[in-house]
Write a protein that binds this ligand. Structure first.
Ligand SMILES: NC(=O)c1ccc[n+]([C@@H]2O[C@H](COP(=O)([O-])OP(=O)(O)OC[C@H]3O[C@@H](n4cnc5c(N)ncnc54)[C@H](O)[C@@H]3O)[C@@H](O)[C@H]2O)c1
Length: 352
């Protein structure tokens, strides 16, 4: 083990650890080594430890208590994020990287903010597009665009995740999922909440940045697609469309558009798991285009570059309140959309 570098402890060894974090961490050997990985499935933990050259365990507490672990990465299923982030903060780690979403309830988000503030342990959320050089270039060059936007379109069309994961690495194993017995309304509600907090959440921080009145949100309509979602929102004085669709027959597209009368911004991102450069930002005004990117590094790499600066004191911590506001914004939208599709499914059940 390389003790000159900082030890990373990883909680959850699923496809995201295997296809995203291990390949990215391999580019930061000067700063980090993987000290210990954990999964509730011992077989997966052992196999991933073999690849990473680390110790392994099935106990999250053991990773968090390990003095060789200075940075904790939370890659477990969403419902465990808050409890694991808080435990890592309370253990006084140098930093915590939590995969999106940071939390799934407002109360969890509040407790994370409290733990991070009380312990001084910085928290980073693996919302990779917030670190993407294409998005950063958009922010640095948009001037007063945000004051003049009237329409935002946020659209994700992707092939199933398993396909992208397999492009990125050889996945050791995937957890088997058994669908619980649910009524049609419970299923519709669960799918919508999962879609918003699992997929749409990625760029809702970007949408929030484009909406100064982000606390004034009205959901105009919400539909479940098969599989996917389509939401129409009014946020302040902006019309915002949020669309997501998983399909094998369509070219992957991941795009955030901000439209004003005289200028538009389109940011195109590569599909997830892909380690092939950044997104591209294009401003169009009066028939002229200004294009920024694609750059060589992607959001995953920049996330870890930021972490390496953070733990060596070369970068300031992010404001945890901003991360909490991001997740609370997403939870509000997810809850409203969930209520709409649940009510529609209940009505359909009654009339059937
Ligand atoms: N940034 C991205 O591009 C991106 C993409 C997909 C998913 N994600 C996020 O990454 C996280 C992991 O995603 P995944 O696709 O690898 O998930 P997954 O559910 O497929 O795998 C998670 C792993 O965690 C293990 N696990 C179960 N309970 C656990 C616990 N209590 N503690 C630790 N591990 C536990 C499972 O055995 C499994 O191996 C999720 O939070 C997801 O939202 C991020």
């Amino acid at each position: 083990m390389d003790v000159a570098t900082l030890g990373v402890g990883i909680l959850g060894c699923g496809p995201v650890t295997q296809a995203i974090h291990l390949p990215t961490l391999a580019r930061f050997r000067d700063t980090f080594h993987v000290a210990r990985v954990m999964d509730v499935d011992a077989e997966v933990a052992r196999a991933v430890a073999d690849r990473a050259g680390s110790a392994w365990t099935t106990s999250a507490d053991e990773v968090i208590a390990d003095e060789d672990v200075q940075v904790v990465v939370v890659c477990s299923p969403n419902q465990f994020h808050a409890e694991q982030v808080i435990a890592a903060c309370r253990a006084g780690k140098r930093a915590v990287l939590c995969e999106k979403p940071l939390a799934v309830t407002r109360e969890e988000a509040r407790r994370i903010a409290e733990a991070s503030a009380e312990t001084g342990v910085p928290v980073v959320v693996g919302a990779m597009h917030t670190f993407d050089p294409g998005w950063i270039a958009a922010v640095e060059n948009w001037g007063d665009l945000v004051d003049r936007i009237h329409t935002i379109r946020y659209s994700i069309v992707l092939t199933p995740n398993t396909r992208s994961e397999d492009f990125a690495t050889e996945i050791h194993s995937r957890p088997t999922r058994t669908a619980p017995e649910l009524s049609a309304a419970e299923r519709a509600a669960g799918e919508m909440f999962g879609n918003i907090m699992g997929l749409a959440i990625h760029d809702l921080p970007l949408v929030r940045r484009l909406c100064p009145d982000f606390r004034d949100v009205e959901l105009l309509s919400a539909q479940t697609l098969s599989p996917g979602y389509l939401l129409d929102l009014r946020i302040g004085d902006r019309s915002v469309q949020v669309y997501g669709h998983h399909t094998t027959s369509w070219r992957p597209e991941w795009r955030v558009e901000a439209i004003a009368d005289d200028v538009s911004l389109v940011v195109d991102f590569p599909p997830p798991y892909v380690h092939a450069g950044s997104g591209t930002a294009t401003f169009r005004a009066r028939g002229e285009s200004r294009i920024f990117g694609p750059y060589d590094t992607n959001g995953y790499e920049e996330e870890w570059r930021y972490l390496s600066k953070l733990v060596t004191g070369a970068a300031d911590p992010l404001d945890t309140q901003v991360l909490v506001d991001d997740v609370v914004f997403a939870i509000g939208i997810a809850e409203s959309a969930t209520a709409v599709v649940r009510a529609a499914a209940e009505k359909a059940e009654v009339t059937a």
